[in-house]
Ligand binder design. Sequence first.
Ligand code: NAD
Length: 358
Amino acid sequence: MKKTIAVIAGDGIGPEIVGEAVKVLKKVAEKFGHDFTFDEKLVGGAAYDAFGDCLPDDTLAACKGADAVLLGAVGGPKWDALPGPKRPEKRALLTLRKELGLFANLRPAKVWSALKDASPLRPDIIGEGLDLLVVRELTGGVYFGEHVRAADGQSALDKMPYSVPEIERIARTAFAAARTRRSHVTCVDKANVLETSRLWREVVQRLRDAEYADVELDFMYVDNAAMQLVRAPSRFDVILTENMFGDILSDEASQITGSIGMLPSASLRADGFGMYEPIHGSAPDIAGRGIANPLATILSAAMLLRHTFGLSAEADAVESAVGAVLARGARTPDIAKSGEKALSTTEMGAAVLAELDR
Ligand code: NAD
């Protein structure tokens, strides 16, 4: 397979962790006989310093022209004083999502068996393990509806619009993902109150019956889902939900795994094109010290292989390699116990590469 990947490492620890993920993708290409080209561009504060713009035209064009995008993280104190629309997070991240049409946000939350101690949940709640995927609608709902403040300033209104096509396309993403996992989708909503939620239920049920009858589907109110995530998280496989509920639940789900340096994400378009990034930020407090955990970015690269390139065996190989190095005790400082020997960013990357070579 011949593919081009736009690589936008960004700020802080971005270049350190993305560097390791690119090495892993190169190893996968070599091992499985693919031809990946890496088109490296500046984004975020690094691009602002070079060109006065956190998302230069050249970077956006490279992302649009690529088969997939691998992003590190953007932002940091150096650029905090920039006016809102020019800041790395707003100018780069929101524009990329909008311009690339990334309507589906996938955030897997997994407690790796070797890292069970890191979770704030009790061992009996985690049980044999925890492995769920939040599929969040990313470009609709109340964040993109009308926001109005009355002329007298004493009342306000936020609209939460959703259309059938918007619900269908995100539901398809969730059902397709479920087929590669444990074939169970839980659609989370507030259908006892919201009309948009009732529309979601109708559309999701109809789509499941017509096209995904092999996937189990149930519905849950969002307040109950927030509770079940800490009470019985292993009951979930894929959580499908709208933008705002997904924003909140995906953060909750990530925290129950206990380690921000381990969590990947994908933002997808209908044709499978996607932008892949760790869920954490640029970690300016540890940038340049070579101690950042590269595994979230390496796992984001695995998601890229699976979701955009359809290379499941290759994605499985990367995820198994991560599981194996963790099982053997490889730890960066963020996941090491006190007194435990910790690896540097490049040593952790090298451990994954060595495992892929086995
Ligand atoms: P952060 O995620 O960067 O860091 C939070 C804490 O987690 C820090 O102590 C950091 O050292 C640690 N951490 C994060 N990633 C780690 C890793 N891979 N290995 C080890 N430790 C890790 O969040 P923050 O400090 O709130 O934000 C820093 C900057 O990043 C801000 O400018 C923020 O706006 C930006 N940010 C960017 C993104 C993005 O690019 N998608 C996301 C979140 C925050």
